[in-house]
Design a protein around this ligand. Structure first.
Ligand code: PAF
Length: 280
């Protein structure tokens, strides 16, 4: 596996290698990331992964400084998973000047849910993903794989690729879960032992919400309020638990249609903010 840090070295490593299959990450890799790598590997000629903790997608009070940086261990895992090229730029490599040009996603999709509670988050994500795509796919088309745990992120990236006519196929990877069902996340490492035991309650609340919302005559607003209260009673600080249309993440108009819906949630347990979702 080549480990490169600069754009020049990345392009040299990619030269003559054919269609890249790309997995962008912020590092601190877990089984979920490695499953994306396994999924991406047969989709291209060269498997490229990136590790870059992107300052632009963190709010000032968030965990940019404390986000776990574990490059040596991550490189070992990627090598074992069959990665061909690891692109791990420094901030100076990826943003040699302040990044004043930004990609502004559609507010209808990007200013709700995660974007409402983390203003500017998707501008930061789209800007770095556009830049990483420009680095990895400068010689031609390819494929990139994103995890479905970040459901809204996946939708925003798909829309960006479609609207800018980028020659990149976006593939969704299934959410990997621990034995108790907790979605794997780099931020799970922030949880204390007792919080980790409790963390499955977010998924349980989404399961209960989806089950109730699928019943005939379901009143979504009341069910969402109950779901929020359930988590609050369990000691969480929820941002949202909601049922949306899969197609555009808007609230369902009229009677909810099972099979076209997704329950999405974000909540803080102690200082750790977790997200999850459930299609139904
Ligand atoms: O999902 C992530 O890890 C990040 O948002 C991404 C896509 C690597 C962009 O920094």
């Amino acid at each position: 596996m080549h480990i490169v840090h600069t754009l020049t070295d990345l392009r040299a490593a990619l030269a003559g290698r054919g269609r890249p299959a790309f997995v962008p990450t912020m590092g601190n890799l877990h089984e979920g990331h490695l499953a994306l790598v396994q999924q991406a590997k047969p989709l291209g000629d060269t498997l490229v992964a990136s590790i870059f903790v992107n300052r632009l997608q963190f709010l000032p009070h968030e965990d940019f400084d404390s986000y776990p940086r574990t490059l040596a261990q991550d490189a070992d895992k990627l090598r074992a998973a069959g990665c061909d090229i690891l692109f791990a730029p420094s901030e100076k490599d990826l943003y040699p000047q302040p990044q004043t040009f930004k990609v502004q996603p559609d507010p209808q999709l990007a200013d709700i849910l995660e974007g409402h509670f983390r203003p500017g988050f998707f501008t930061g994500v789209c800007t770095v993903v556009m830049k990483l795509f420009a680095c990895v796919f400068n010689a031609g088309p390819g494929v990139a794989v994103f995890g479905s745990k970040d459901y809204q992120q996946l939708m925003v990236i798909r829309q960006m690729v479609q609207q800018f006519a980028l020659p990149i196929e976006i593939v969704a990877g299934a959410t990997c879960r621990a034995d108790d069902g907790l979605a794997l996340s780099s931020r799970n490492s922030y949880l204390s032992a007792s919080e980790r035991a409790q963390a499955i309650e977010l998924r349980q609340a989404l399961q209960a919400l989806a089950h109730a919302a699928a019943q005939p005559g379901a009143q979504l607003a009341a069910l969402e309020a109950q779901a929020l209260q359930r988590l609050q009673t369990q000691g969480w600080q929820p941002d949202y638990l909601t049922v949306r249309q899969r197609s555009n993440l808007q609230a369902p108009a009229g009677a909810p249609m099972a099979g076209e819906l997704v329950a999405l949630g974000a909540a803080r347990l102690g200082t750790t903010r977790l997200i999850d979702n459930l299609e139904f």
